[in-house]
Design a protein around this ligand. Structure first.
Ligand code: ATP
Length: 260
């Protein structure tokens, strides 16, 4: 069973189509990066998967169930594009992370030991166990982002969807984040990650999907930015041999695209 299947999906905002005939499949345990230039449609794709934006046509399935019939949203953790976890909210780190348990325990039931354990483990996982009592506003941007990731992890999701989680995040937090995702995957989790730069996450990525102009331009190994032929990840994929595909974005697609 696939974790996520997107078939021939189109999405429009106010009559303007921004995703055209998008198909994508994510299998259990995979870590898939969605790459592409600003405005290419990456966030729209994940927001559509989550049901936050309606699809005009096509089909989406989560864990083998059609999205319109899917009810197990607690199995999906989502970290949106940076919103600033502390913006105007006087909550502590521990409170923000505990809010990630609500979908699991229900609003009307008091937290049980399993809830408290999940919050503690998630805080520990992102390296913020000693900051649980601090107001989120006193944290650095990277620590705030880690708080949001801990909130998603506290819900013990099977699928984690992250939109630009490391954008503008300090190197320490990026490294801590990579280790967190590695552990999540070792526990059997599946990850879909929207990113501009992969940085320390690159070794964890199984497959890259490049979105260009609202279409999937590549689905396969991580494309190496043109000119990086001597880089350690270079395996003789030559994007410059495909003039029609050059200049798509920072990520030059390779010819080894995956079809399904
Ligand atoms: N709520 C909205 N209403 C109208 N147009 C939108 C909306 N959200 C995004 N768009 C437009 O849809 C297109 C795709 O945007 P989207 O945010 O999905 O791209 P992206 O690849 O995630 O870009 P970025 O990296 O800048 O977040 C862009 O042209 C954007 O201006």
């Amino acid at each position: 069973m696939t974790v996520l299947t997107v078939r021939h999906v189109a999405v429009a905002y106010g009559g303007r189509t921004v995703l055209h005939d998008v198909s994508l499949r994510v299998d259990p345990g995979e870590m898939v990066a969605i790459l592409g230039a600003n405005g290419s449609g990456k966030s729209t794709l994940v927001r559509t998967v989550l049901g936050l934006v309606p699809a005009q046509s096509g089909e989406i399935e989560l864990f083998g169930v059609a999205q319109r019939r899917f009810r197990q949203w607690a199995r999906v953790g989502y970290v949106p594009q940076r919103i600033g976890a502390g913006s105007g909210v006087p909550a502590t780190v521990g409170e923000v992370v505990a809010s990630g348990r609500l979908a699991r325990r229900g609003v009307l039931r008091l937290p049980r030991r399993a809830d408290r354990d999940a919050v503690r483990d998630a805080l520990h996982d992102v390296g913020l166990a000693d900051r649980a009592g601090d107001p989120v506003s006193t944290l650095s941007g990277g620590q705030q982002q880690r708080t949001l990731i801990a909130r998603a992890l506290a819900g013990e999701p099977d699928l984690l969807i992250l939109d630009e989680p490391t954008a503008g995040v300090d190197a320490d937090s990026q490294q801590a984040f990579a280790e967190t995702l590695h552990r999540f995957r070792q526990r059997g989790g599946t990850v879909v990650l929207v990113a501009h730069e992969l940085g320390p996450l690159e070794p964890l990525i199984d497959r890259a999907v490049v979105v260009h102009g609202g279409r999937i331009a590549h689905d396969g190994p991580i494309p190496q930015p043109a000119g990086h032929h001597a880089g350690p990840g270079h395996d003789h994929v030559h994007p410059h041999a495909m003039p029609e595909r050059q200049g798509i974005c920072d990520w030059a697609p390779s010819e080894r695209t995956r079809t399904f």
